[in-house]
Design a protein around this ligand. Structure first.
Ligand code: SF4
Length: 271
């Protein structure tokens, strides 16, 4: 028992040290991206959308996916051309998702930020580097072993008229979430994961249809309330968004515990 505790403490210390390497690295202040800048989808950007109260996110999302009937490639093309909500007019790139399309675990974030909009890939900034580190140190997985997607596929901006500014991110509105949700539902139906990990309050509220925030929801696993494979429930583990760990390093331990729960589930099929 003592040996087990000592090994756990050693693992945790190694994990925290590993994450600290990222946490101490200063963000590139005002640094411009080197990714090629493509033309904006719309000529004139829509007016800034109001930031929704977080508690209102649970109800508008449909619990059953729309019948899109498309392969992942076709779905990615549909997302690229999508203008079903106002976010499609100001984005640089739609951010469909990345990773193993047969993954056992799908990580779901809130929506693309500045870096993701420029690169067209989810979780590519400092948060993404931290997520990669967590995958590697706790789960022994690479980004290419899992699938990573967001609730909305286009960058929600406080001021869409100024898309090149940093600090312009905002949470998606309930209408934007409802418009985009069928794409994520269809992605999950195609991948058929054993487990979904929600990163932060917004995806947790949307996918579990709850108004409770991440600090109340994390620490246990849930059954995802949408049937993906008949007769086989998909588990959902909520944890903090990596950006929250960058702001508050005290959350690293909770995230470690959540990822240990995921690791045990992936190894044993039990939770
Ligand atoms: S956020 Fe989703 S629904 Fe809105 S334009 Fe982009 S892909 Fe379409």
């Amino acid at each position: 028992m003592k040996r087990q505790l000592a090994e756990t403490a050693k693992d945790l210390a190694a994990y925290i040290r590993s994450l600290d390497e990222d946490l101490t690295e200063p963000p590139p202040a005002g640094a411009a991206t080197t990714a090629p800048v493509l033309s904006r989808a719309g000529k004139s950007a829509p007016a800034a959308a109001p930031v929704p109260p977080a508690a209102s996110l649970a109800s508008p999302a449909p619990l059953m996916p729309a019948k899109i009937n498309a392969s992942m490639d076709e779905l990615a093309e549909q997302v690229k051309a999508c203008r079903n909500c106002g976010l499609g007019s100001a984005r640089l790139n739609a951010v469909f998702g990345v990773g193993n399309r047969k993954a056992k675990v799908v990580f779901v974030g809130e929506g693309p930020g500045f870096q993701e909009d420029h690169k067209g890939e989810p979780f590519v900034g400092r948060s993404g580097q931290l997520l990669d580190k967590i995958l590697e140190t706790v789960l022994g997985l690479k980004r290419s072993d899992v699938y990573i997607a967001n609730i909305v596929k286009c960058h929600p901006m406080k001021n869409p008229a100024d898309p090149e500014s940093h600090g312009n991110d905002r949470p998606p509105t309930p209408d934007e979430i409802a418009a985009c949700r069928p794409y994520l539902d269809e992605q999950l139906r195609a991948i058929k994961p054993a487990c979904i990990v929600t990163l932060g309050s917004v995806p947790t509220k949307v996918l579990l249809n709850t108004d409770k925030g991440i600090s109340l929801m994390r620490g246990r696993a849930y059954d995802y309330p949408v049937e993906i494979v008949p007769g086989r429930p998909v588990k959902l583990i909520p944890t903090y968004h990596p950006a929250a760990l960058l702001r508050n390093p005290n959350l690293k331990r909770d995230t470690w515990e959540d990822m240990k729960m995921l690791k045990a589930f992936l190894e044993t099929g039990k939770i």
